[in-house]
Design a protein around this ligand. Structure first.
Ligand SMILES: Cc1cc2nc3c(=O)[nH]c(=O)nc-3n(C[C@H](O)[C@H](O)[C@H](O)COP(=O)(O)OP(=O)(O)OC[C@H]3O[C@@H](n4cnc5c(N)ncnc54)[C@H](O)[C@@H]3O)c2cc1C
Length: 406
């Protein structure tokens, strides 16, 4: 039996908390995994992430999660860039350019909800993970030997849990980050993004499984998800002052979709929601024995599909270091390296690239648009440039670069 000094308390059974718990558990570390949702509402979460890049698939394969996800997802080697004004494809990138770099030269379109459902089953079955659903983390304290987390359980009682380390995987509203007084540096876009889910095969109109569509007035992303029924998720920008209720009225959604693709027939809309986009990185990823990972530590626009992916990379990086510390093979200072490596990726890769991606799609200046499109075309047509582009977008480069940081 391990003592509390060897246990890790993980807050949040999202993709990051679950991956962290599974990696630690496989290395014989005991984990208390605390999740505010319960069996009755765990699968009722709003649609969010879903594009899993090659670098992430390699990691998920190590914990047996890839094999569970592949049958529930869509293998997508291609990504398109489109010009909506001209209704023309600008460029097609093929992940098969990465066949010598990864065992997974494609992205897997598999939604966050399916990932957490499968990962939760693996966590439940693992003897080293004590999963507490319907348990809400409220506060914590730390001392020289460990951390004490306070949790309100399903019965409404207050419990305390003791561990050597506490990892906040609670998402963007992290209580741990706030209690530690860590600044969440960055900005929030004034416009909200509208997400519409449609059962309609956009491949009939030339699109592929993943499409980034540039337009000076109304840029979009269009992605395919496996059903039944198969769905396509399309994102549109909305003006900051537009009324929320009006934006999601069925006739408004239909009109917007008809402007995007005039079929003359009503679309089969299966859902819609609005979300706010933040670009922020925590000033510190650790204070003593309390550590931030995933959206607790950094948030970004979904254009480029990097939030969950880079959060999962945090989890694997951190797990390896915690295991070494708990086995007595490393000092706690290795956690400073976690911060150096993952903050660097968050700032120099994830933030930089997602901000650039939005600018590229929304660019208004015709000359700059033309230049951007020409460059994309040139990059896609040159195998060497295309490979370099895909190494960046598939997050392989950011993992390699982080490894060089001591
Ligand atoms: C529309 C949209 C599309 C996106 N698409 C992509 C994509 O394709 N690829 C990608 O990489 N990223 C994408 N993202 C980002 C991605 O969804 C997030 O980065 C990812 O979900 C973060 O994972 P996480 O585990 O850190 O946090 P979360 O997914 O937010 O999970 C946090 C968990 O903690 C629990 N929790 C919170 N507070 C408490 C508490 N006090 N006590 C106990 N439990 C608590 C929550 O219930 C939740 O289960 C997208 C985001 C949006 C909005």
């Amino acid at each position: 039996m391990q003592s509390d000094r060897e246990r890790v308390v993980v807050i949040g059974a999202g993709p990051v908390g679950l991956c962290l718990a599974l990696v630690l558990a496989r290395e014989d570390v005991r984990v208390d995994l605390i999740e505010t949702l319960g069996e009755h509402n765990f699968l009722e979460q709003v649609p969010r992430a879903g594009t899993n890049h090659p670098a992430t698939l390699e990691l998920l394969d190590r914990i047996g999660l890839y094999a569970k996800m592949e049958p529930r997802g869509i293998i997508a080697p291609l990504v398109h860039y489109w010009d909506r004004r001209e209704h023309k494809r600008i460029a097609e990138f093929d992940h098969r350019h990465l066949k010598d770099e990864t065992r997974f030269p494609y992205v897997l379109q598999c939604e966050r909800i399916k990932i957490v459902e499968e990962a939760l089953e693996l966590a439940k079955a693992h003897p080293n993970i004590a999963l507490r659903l319907e348990a809400t983390f409220t506060s914590f304290m730390q001392d020289a030997d460990g951390v004490t987390a306070t949790v309100t359980n399903a019965a409404g009682e207050t419990e305390t849990l003791r561990g050597a380390y506490l990892v906040s995987c609670e998402g963007a509203r992290s209580i741990v980050r706030k209690e530690l007084g860590i600044e969440f540096e960055g900005f929030t876009y004034p416009d909200r993004t509208l997400n519409i889910e449609v059962a309609h095969d956009f491949r009939e109109h030339g699109y592929t499984e993943r499409n980034y569509i540039s337009d000076p007035d109304e840029w979009s992303n269009l992605f395919h998800w496996k059903g039944p029924p198969d769905r396509w998720r399309i994102h549109f920008p909305t003006a900051p002052d537009e009324d929320e209720e009006a934006l999601v009225r069925p006739e408004e959604l239909q009109a917007r979709l008809q402007r995007f693709l005039p079929t003359g027939k009503p679309f089969d809309i299966v859902g819609s929601n609005l979300y706010i986009v933040h670009q922020r990185v925590a000033k510190k990823f650790r204070v003593g024995r309390a550590i931030l990972a995933g959206d607790s530590a950094h948030v970004n626009s979904p254009i480029g599909a990097m939030g969950m992916n880079s959060g999962i990379h945090d989890a694997f990086n951190l797990a390896e270091k915690l295991v070494r510390i708990l086995r007595g093979e490393a000092e706690s200072e290795v956690l400073d390296r976690y911060e150096r490596q993952r903050r660097h990726v968050a700032i120099s890769h994830t933030q930089a690239q997602t901000i650039r991606n939005k600018r590229l799609l929304a660019e208004k200046d015709p000359a700059v648009r033309q230049r951007n499109h020409d460059e994309l075309r040139r990059t896609a047509e040159d195998p060497k440039l295309a490979r370099a582009f895909l190494l960046r977008t598939s997050l392989i480069q950011s993992l390699r670069e982080a490894e060089q940081i001591l």
